[in-house]
Design a protein around this ligand. Sequence first.
Ligand code: ATP
Length: 423
Amino acid sequence: MEKVVSLAKRRGFIFPGSEIYGGYQGFWDYGPAGVELKNNVKREWWKAMVYAREDVVGVDAAIIMNPIVWENSGHLKALVDPLVECKVCHKRFRADNEEVIKKHEESHDEKDIWTEAKTFNLMTEVLLGTTEPKEKSYLRGEITQGVFVNFKNVVDSTRIKIPFGIGQIGKAFRNEITPGNLTFRSREFEQMELEYFVKPDEKDSEKTFEEFKEIRINWYKDLGMDSKKLHFHDHEPEKRAHYAKYATDIEYEAPFGWSEMEGIHHRGDFDLGNHGLKYHDNLTNEEYTPWVIETSGGVDRAALFFLIDSYREDGERVYLKLDPRIAPYKVAVFPLLANKPELLEKARGIYKELKKDLVVTWDDRGNIGKRYFAQDEIGTPWCVTVDFQTLNDSTVTVRDRDTGKQERINIDKLSEYFQNKLR
Ligand code: ATP
């Protein structure tokens, strides 16, 4: 873990938030490589969960909502109970539920695992307005409610019919008591969620729940995550969130233990019911409160686990074996020697041309070995070097990150060569 933390900082993935002022607990900033990785994770999610499906549309709701939303969603009530948090696995429990507390202590074989019992609210309060008393609202604790409050708007403004889903990616905020493990538990983070609305039916909804479990775990595997480090962890009834009918987590085996990366929840009619929303089927004239199957992933946790999972050491060489689709830069372009204007000019031309279609980076510092070293640590799948032969035959070397092998490719074919690899 330390090695990944240090690489993340050194190579511009993740920096401590407000670092020049000593940082700020639970807040992180993404650097030039990190923002690309995170955007790629979000783009791949949107492609798979929204664009590739006929039955899903997207929304982008406001972070601050009318506080009544949080009253009706159950968050204010659910989150002001006396709670204790397990210092080992960060699960929170009602302090007054003795049976559950005892069972949890047994699972860790230890009793001294609890934070002090507090009636705390994980919702981050904000004060709005310019005159006193200011109006109290909240930064959203989950992005989910922004979808539910727009349920009717989406139905009325599109041609979508049940079963259908609404996807959303955005920031959420929680006053976590024990932030830690880099971005794993932060106070500001991003979620990528699908709320999938179905007709109330025990059997059908369970089938949909099972289907989404597979869709979601396969998404991580398809993007290269080690399948041996992924599993489902079903929630026992007493551990389920206040809204869940049944729930499972996709967990990743991190250096700090199996950890939740995404939750798949059967929320039943809890949310639409709380907001008094119904669906009218124009064909059958039926009216009902749909049930909801939710897939709720953390963008930061996914990005962190992709970093950890892709970390490789091969003798002296360290590289990130990131899937090219999520690697921050697809290609790096170098002139063999930075002090030869003819090489520099040729390489700049190739760099600018490739940049039209791909995210490309440039490096002309130090020697070629050092540049490969740096690009390996950022996870750049291919490095293009412009050398003296290029000036004669218009070919460049393309070096593969994972195998270290080099081949010569004609400049005219370069863009197509990479596009084919990225397909
Ligand atoms: P945990 O038990 O780890 O606190 P949770 O069960 O409260 O998580 P959910 O409310 O199900 O989490 O949120 C869905 C997803 O949002 C999580 O699977 C996780 O990826 C992400 N997430 C939740 N809280 C945080 C946080 N504090 N920092 C980063 N990501 C988070």
